[in-house]
Design a binder for this molecule. Structure first.
Ligand SMILES: N[C@@H](CCC(=O)N[C@@H](CCS)C(=O)NCC(=O)O)C(=O)O
Ligand SMILES: [Fe+2]
Length: 269
């Protein structure tokens, strides 16, 4: 009971802030890779962060940020993406003052490297970093400080989850050389989701990095009870992940090397 009261109080503090203004949130879509980019801002200080921008839609995002009178502090990545080039490199040149961010464990270049437990602050709000490896070793989930929403990248998708068949060394490659790697990554992902995401409040909103079925948002409670993969035992989950037989992402051969350098740094002529 005391915990519930505290949670409500925390939520009012962050979502409503001191002035009663709610957080500014925009979910944007890039249709080729089916990627969601999220803009979060503080209406009072005008400080903002962008989660998982895509190279092709970075100019759109920069224009919206300017139109809304926001100051982009950080263009952050939930992981080194295999299916598209990140927009974080381009955004730092389109919006001077913006810094690119990715986890240290991704091995990718960026202005700032984050680790489990680090906070990304913007105005009266903050995003907590929770390491959630498995899809890639450097995957993180960002949780708003009042635990009302989580940006899960590819660790947890709506009624699905990220694939675990990438070879993970210096770079992501496909396919993983043997089933042992897929098994190990799948076990890691299962524990990440159960320990770092499903432990959040049931009404915490889940915002993934992709959706291929037309969904936009879910909740912890929905995924805890309805996700067809993550409601299985770890053993059954590992078996399913070893047999997804997904085709190689079309852009992986050039997207991953580019993302290891945090994408394209300057606008093309
Ligand atoms: N067809 C797409 C790639 C689709 C894909 O592999 N998606 C990844 C997430 C992006 S790295 C994934 O984990 N999918 C899980 C699933 O169950 O679909 C392309 O060619 O880009
Ligand atoms: Fe991914």
């Amino acid at each position: 009971m005391a915990e519930a009261v505290l949670r409500v109080a925390r939520r009012q503090l962050s979502q409503r802030g001191g002035s009663g203004a709610p957080i500014l949130l925009r979910q944007m879509f890039e249709p080729v890779s089916c990627t969601f980019t999220y803009l979060l801002g503080d209406r009072e200080s005008r400080e903002a962060v962008l989660i998982d921008p895509v190279l092709e839609t970075a100019p759109r995002d920069a224009q919206l940020i300017k139109e809304l009178g926001l100051r982009l502090l950080y263009a952050v990545n939930t992981h080194c993406h295999a299916d598209h080039i990140t927009g974080s490199g381009l955004l730092r040149s389109l919006l001077p003052g913006c810094q690119s961010v990715i986890s240290r464990l991704s091995g990718a270049q960026a202005d700032l490297h984050i680790e489990d437990g680090d906070s990304i602050r913007f105005g009266r709000f903050a995003l907590e970093t929770r390491a959630s490896p498995g899809h890639t070793p450097g995957c993180v989930t960002f949780v708003l400080n009042d635990h009302s929403m989580a940006f899960t990248g590819d660790a947890l998708l709506i009624r699905g989850c990220g694939r675990t068949d990438f070879q993970q060394g210096d770079q992501l490659l496909y396919p993983a050389q043997d089933l042992h790697i897929v098994t190990c990554c799948a076990k890691t992902l299962y524990h990440s989701v159960h320990e770092k995401i499903f432990t959040l409040p049931g009404d915490c909103l889940i915002y993934p990095a992709h959706d291929y079925h037309g969904f936009t948002v879910s909740t912890v409670e929905e995924e805890r009870t309805l996700n067809p993969r993550l409601t299985l035992s770890c053993e059954e989950f590992v078996k399913i992940m070893g047999n997804l037989n997904l085709p190689k992402p079309q852009q992986i051969d050039f997207a991953v090397p580019a993302n290891m350098r945090c994408g394209v740094q300057t606008p093309t002529a």
